[in-house]
Design a protein around this ligand. Structure first.
Ligand code: AMP
Length: 300
C-alpha cells in the first residue's frame, strides 16, 4: 500500500509538507470521515484525488456528536478495510487520531455553536449533535491545512469534501466556513445509493433484510417529489408522506421541502402549485435500530 497512516497532528503536518514538496504540488484536499467506509466515502475520496495534488482522509469517531453512549460504542470501526479502500482511490494520507490527541484536556469548554440552523430537523431529534460535529470539523479543517507552501512558493489551495447525503451538516459547515472565515473551499459530493436507491450509510449494516426493504420507501418517496419538480407539477408531498407511512417498519420523523441554504420550509403554496425554482426534500425515519436520513435536491 502506498497510503500512509499518521495519528498525530504534528505528523500530519510534516507528512503533508513533505508530500507537497515531493510532488511539487499546489493543492491539498481533506476528506473527513468517521470510518466504516463504503462506496459513498469512496466517491468523496475520488473527487478529492481528481482535484488535488495531495489528499488526506481523516478517520475519527467523534464522541462529542453522539447522544447515546451505546450508539458511540457500537459505531463500526474497520481501519484496515478503510485504509485499503482509500489506498485504491489514490489517497496519500490517513489521519486517524486518538480521542486524547483531539481532546487532550478532555471535553472542550469552548465549542462551535451551530445556532438556529443546527436546532431544527436533525438537531431537534439529536440535541447538541451539530455543535459537537461542527467543533470537530473546525478542528479537522485546522489539522488538514497544507503543511507547506505550493511548488511556486505561494499558498497551496485547500479544499474539504462533504457528502450531500448529510445535507444539514453540509449547510452548517458552509455557514461556519463563511461566518468564521476559514481558509478552505467546501466541495459537496452527490449522494451515492445502492442499486435499489437506498442511500449508503455506515449504519445500514444494522438493518435486517426486512428493514432494508422497508427503508426503500424513503428514496422512493423522494424520487416521487423529484419527478414532480422536474415536470413543474405540484409536489404532492401528502402522497409521498403516505407512501412512507404505509410501511409499518418505518417510523417517520420528518419529511418536508426546504430552502437548501436556510433549511426553512418552502411556503405551502410551493407544494400545491406547479413547482418552480430550487428546493431540497429532506426526510428522516427510524427503521428498526437505525435512524435513517436522506434528501434530494429539487430544481425545475
Ligand atoms: P461519516 O463517516 O458518515 O461521517 O461520513 C463522512 C462523509 O461522507 C460525510 O461528508 C458524509 O456526508 C459523506 N457520506 C456518507 N454517506 C454518503 C453517501 N451515501 N454518499 C455520499 N457521501 C456520503
Amino acid at each position: 500500500m502506498a497510503i500512509k497512516l499518521v495519528t498525530t497532528a504534528a505528523e500530519l503536518r510534516a507528512e503533508s509538507a513533505r508530500l507537497l514538496a515531493e510532488k511539487r504540488g499546489s493543492s491539498q484536499g481533506l476528506v473527513p470521515t468517521m470510518g466504516a467506509l463504503h462506496t459513498g466515502h469512496a466517491a468523496l475520496a475520488r473527487t478529492a484525488v481528481e482535484q488535488n495534488d495531495v489528499v488526506v482522509a481523516s478517520i475519527f469517531v467523534n464522541p462529542l456528536q453522539f447522544g447515546e453512549a451505546a450508539d458511540l460504542e457500537r459505531y463500526p470501526r474497520t481501519l484496515d478495510a478503510d485504509m485499503a479502500l482509500l489506498d485504491a482511490e489514490g489517497v496519500d494520507l490517513v489521519f486517524a487520531p486518538s480521542v486524547d490527541e483531539v481532546y487532550p484536556g478532555g471535553e472542550p469548554l469552548v465549542r462551535v455553536t451551530s445556532g438556529p440552523l443546527g436546532e431544527k430537523w436533525e438537531g431537534a431529534s439529536r440535541p447538541g449533535h451539530f455543535d459537537g460535529a461542527l467543533t470537530v470539523v473546525a478542528k479537522l479543517l485546522h489539522y488538514g491545512l497544507p503543511g507547506g507552501p505550493a511548488a511556486d512558493g505561494g499558498a497551496a489551495a485547500y479544499r474539504a469534501y462533504f457528502g450531500q447525503k448529510d445535507a444539514q451538516q453540509l449547510a452548517l459547515v458552509k455557514r461556519m466556513v463563511a461566518d468564521l472565515s476559514f481558509p478552505v473551499d467546501i466541495v459537496a459530493v452527490s449522494t451515492v445509493r445502492n442499486a435499489e436507491g437506498l442511500a449508503l450509510s455506515s449504519r445500514n449494516r444494522f438493518l435486517s433484510e426486512e428493514e432494508r426493504e422497508a427503508a426503500l420507501a424513503l428514496s422512493r418517496a423522494l424520487r416521487l417529489l423529484e419527478s414532480h419538480a422536474l415536470a413543474n407539477e405540484p409536489l404532492e408531498l401528502d402522497t409521498a408522506v403516505a407512501l412512507v407511512e404505509s410501511q409499518p417498519l418505518v417510523k417517520l420523523d420528518y419529511f418536508d421541502v426546504v430552502d437548501p441554504r436556510t433549511l426553512e420550509p418552502l411556503a405551502e403554496n410551493c407544494k400545491e402549485t406547479p413547482f418552480r425554482g430550487e428546493g431540497l426534500a429532506i426526510i428522516a425515519a427510524q427503521v428498526g435500530p437505525v435512524r435513517l436520513i436522506d434528501n434530494v435536491p429539487l430544481s425545475s
